[in-house]
Design a protein around this ligand. Sequence first.
Ligand SMILES: Nc1ncnc2c1ncn2[C@@H]1O[C@H](COP(=O)(O)OP(=O)(O)OP(=O)(O)O)[C@@H](O)[C@H]1O
Length: 232
Amino acid sequence: MDDLILKVENLTVDFAEKHVLNDLSFDVQRGDFLSIVGQNGVGKTTLVRVILGQLKPTSGKVQFVPNRSQVKIGYVPQFRNIDTEYPLSVKDFVALAFSGFKLPWLSKKEHQRLNEVLKETNLNAISKEPLGRTSGGEKQRAYLAQALVVQPDLLILDESTASLDPEAKESLLNVVSDLNSKHGLTVIFVTHDIPLAKKFANKYLFLRPNNYEFGPISNLNVEEFWKGQADV
Ligand SMILES: Nc1ncnc2c1ncn2[C@@H]1O[C@H](COP(=O)(O)OP(=O)(O)OP(=O)(O)O)[C@@H](O)[C@H]1O
């Protein structure tokens, strides 16, 4: 069944002399877990910025179904460390996602959602700990929890697992995968980690300097990917 959430049509992005994306077209269905892969500088983050509406393409379009205002997007960036003296607890940090942050005066409904999200991201046990003292994987799960507070339809992970250890990567993606399979959360996962893409995604978009491949994840050829990396 066709249940489109995002349609990218003939997308081209040029920066001055540099062609980054060239006539790119693909669809994302609700419930897809799409991995975007490709060598450094090929345009993955540029594509995410266009999808987020932060960058206007040179030509082509990005269409949300039914429309942009009815598709809630959650975004988790690459891991950034937080100072050990950062004062907020994990729970307070996640609660920053509520618009007009007003802890400890969140509504009952907001409290419920906060507790639900802390549970979903396995942060309950450490919710009162200072975020600055938690591990890298826990911090990244707190960023994920923040992105999930609004109950997004589409979650974008932009190299969000880079620089985490293998266990923390799996733990983050297990949470996302659970929400994908149980609640039909649509996921776009930008990564250089092909085994992770193979394990969690159902589709892939492989961006190359002059062309791209889009299809079911089983078609992603690991050797081709590494050959592309070696050519850089
Ligand atoms: N605002 C900009 N102005 C000029 N060039 C830009 C701009 N943004 C990105 N670029 C260039 O576009 C190219 C694609 O960048 P982008 O960050 O999208 O690549 P990427 O595939 O996400 O790379 P990586 O895997 O290293 O994160 C790069 O050469 C980058 O320098």
